[in-house]
Design a protein around this ligand. Structure first.
Ligand SMILES: O=C(O)CCC(=O)C(=O)O
Length: 277
């Protein structure tokens, strides 16, 4: 897997999740997705571009954000052996989670423009600073929205100049339970779902080097209850750790443990409360 990732910019792991893990994670995800639909806050995606006026306007896909706060079922993905073995190989041992989200494609969706997941890095982009793990919670096929990806495009050192030219793309395919890790420089995007009734359920673990700003603002997006319940190994992986001089809270040892882990519950020494002021 490591040599595939280096050479092709992506690698696949069969049976990365057991059927029981898939069931547990997918059940919680689909419940959440339905609840967001009922509440009228579902995040829709996969519609046509503004200039594609001849296509149906609907955006059939659904994104579900901020999953770490929406169920403990998702936590295991950040502690999976793939992190130490593959993600750390690419981004170093102090890698942190940038976001945990889902992308569910439904029939009739359009392809996402091709992009690199580190398009915000100045050109030429010579090193990976992020990567993604796509967890396939259903079978992935070329018809149901299997991710479009251009093998070896991580070596091009730039972002796509023709984001709607899919001629070099392969479709990521694999049975339920497969994981795909892809380098942040690889050109890719959600494939179109041309099937009649086959939805594709994918969960994305976006990872970054520990000095890069995370996609999700974990310190704000996670509830106090979630943070209090998370094991230390998980807090380590979501950025609740000082890295060099970055991500600091206060050099005062009251707020960081001897291992450098930030403990929000510890008293801030010398703090005057707002009500006292
Ligand atoms: O869901 C997919 O197949 C890919 C999603 C993607 O490329 C993205 O969210 O940036």
């Amino acid at each position: 897997m490591r040599s595939d990732l280096d050479e092709f910019g992506y690698c696949l792991m069969a049976d990365a999740l057991s059927p029981a893990q898939v069931l547990e994670i997918k059940t919680r995800l689909l419940d959440q997705a339905q609840a967001e639909q009922r509440a009228g806050v579902a995040l829709r995606d996969g519609g046509p571009m503004p200039w594609q006026k001849d296509l149906p306007k609907a955006a059939p896909n659904q994104r579900v954000m901020n999953l770490l706060d929406k169920g403990q079922e998702f936590w295991q993905l950040l502690l999976h052996p793939i992190v130490d073995e593959i993600i750390c190989h690419l981004l170093g041992e102090n890698v942190i989670s940038s976001s945990v989200t889902a992308n569910i494609t439904h029939p009739g969706s359009q392809p996402m423009p091709l992009h690199s997941d580190q398009g915000y890095v100045d050109i030429p982009i010579t090193n990976a600073v992020v990567c993604n793990t796509m967890w396939m919670l259903t079978d992935y096929t070329a018809e149901n929205g299997g991710t479009y990806l251009i093998p070896r495009s991580h070596q091009r050192n730039r972002t796509p100049d023709k984001p709607f030219d899919f001629s070099e793309c392969i479709s990521l395919e694999g049975p339920t339970g497969t994981a795909c890790v892809f380098d942040g420089r690889v050109w890719h995007g959600t494939g179109p779902n041309t099937s009649l009734e086959d939805s594709r359920v994918g969960l994305l673990n976006y990872w970054c080097r520990p000095w890069l700003r995370q996609q999700e603002n974990m310190a704000v997006s996670l509830s106090d209850e979630t943070i209090a319940a998370m094991p230390e190994a998980l807090l380590n992986r979501i950025g609740f750790r000082v890295h060099g001089t970055l991500g600091n809270v206060d050099p005062n040892p009251a707020s960081t443990s001897p291992t450098g882990l930030i403990d929000r519950s510890k008293e801030r020494i010398g703090r005057r409360s707002v009500s006292e002021a």
